[in-house]
Design a protein around this ligand. Structure first.
Ligand code: GDP
Length: 298
């Protein structure tokens, strides 16, 4: 299979953090992810397909820094991708509704995040509601071993209202500070590698995949192997559905040109020739069949 080259430290440059939003149902994950996106696309709205199309991830720009948000709310996406070896998430925003506090899926998310070692920022959401007992929620977090920084702990708790658009600048600032602390870097000058966030079949365009670049730069015409799919990158679109030519580290892109639909968590790698990509894909498809056969017979 593919042996990956190590990057020299001097080739590494800072890249945007890739952020996943987790939390209990109805605590405001979707609202937060939508609000952050909407507040950022005002300037370009109308130019492309608008913001209604389905996206798997998008980028927000704040104070000249970019942040990438994966728009697949739910810990299933986070833990499933990790269990498949696709560790794309650099940071987690844990949404906790201030009126509801720590609930079962909050606790579950916390344990997934702790197991992964990924840094976490708490967004204490719905602070626009009356009669909120913030201290009670902080206490509940502390009893999950998430000690707020205001209590001497390591976790930043940012008060927000995703609905009323309160505290969002503060949240983005905290996320950027956290990213800076963890020195997220990648070499943009190498063949791209990354992961598939999701794939689907399109009537006109064939198999379409949302990829996120982790290292290197992905370009139109690149020969790619992605899980058991392969092909040349035929067209590439950004989160505004604008056609683009290349994608640097941490950028999510929608691509066409793969021969089949890859799955969430599949790795992708740019290889030198399409023959290499085809051979690898065939090998993997064969291995897959062998696995299935041995499971059935054994
Ligand atoms: P999800 O299940 O975590 O994705 O939660 P949603 O984003 O779907 O939100 C659940 C409900 O909470 C919806 O009715 C939202 O309008 C509401 N909601 C989300 N954020 C806020 C907020 O900041 N304040 C208030 N008052 N309601 C909110």
């Amino acid at each position: 299979d593919i042996v990956e080259q190590e990057d020299a430290p001097e080739d590494l440059v800072t890249r945007p953090p890739i952020i996943t939003v987790l939390g209990h149902v109805d605590h405001g994950k979707t609202t937060l992810v939508d609000t952050l996106r909407k507040s950022n696309v005002k300037v370009v709205e109308g130019e492309a397909g608008g913001i209604t199309q389905h996206i798997a991830a998008y980028q927000v720009e704040y104070n000249d820094h970019k942040l990438t948000f994966v728009d697949t709310p739910g810990h299933a996406a986070f833990s499933e991708m990790r269990s498949r070896g696709a560790n794309v998430t650099d940071m987690v925003v844990l949404v906790v509704a201030a009126d509801d506090g720590v609930m079962p899926q909050t606790a579950e998310s916390i344990s997934h995040v702790k197991a992964s070692g990924v840094p976490m920022v708490v967004a204490l959401n719905k602070i626009d509601l009356p009669d909120i007992n913030e201290q009670k929620v902080l206490q509940e977090l502390a009893s999950q071993n998430v000690l707020p920084s205001e209590w001497g702990g390591e976790t930043e708790v940012v008060r927000v209202s995703a609905l009323k658009e309160m505290g969002l600048d503060n949240l983005l600032e905290t996320l950027l500070l956290t990213a800076e602390l963890h020195e997220l870097k990648a070499n943009p000058n190498r063949p791209a590698v990354g992961a598939c966030l999701e794939g689907f079949r399109d009537e006109g365009r064939g198999s379409v995949a949302w990829l996120i670049v982790q290292k290197g730069t992905l370009r139109i015409g690149d020969a790619v192997i992605c899980g058991k799919s392969y092909g040349y990158i035929r067209a590439m679109y950004d989160d505004m559905d604008q056609q683009i030519e290349e994608a640097p580290p941490s950028m999510p892109v929608k691509v066409t040109g793969l021969d089949s639909v890859p799955g969430a968590g599949d790795h992708f790698v740019v290889v030198e020739t399409i023959d290499q990509a085809r051979e690898l894909a065939e090998e993997r498809r064969h291995e897959g069949r062998a696995d299935t056969l041995s499971r059935h017979s054994g």
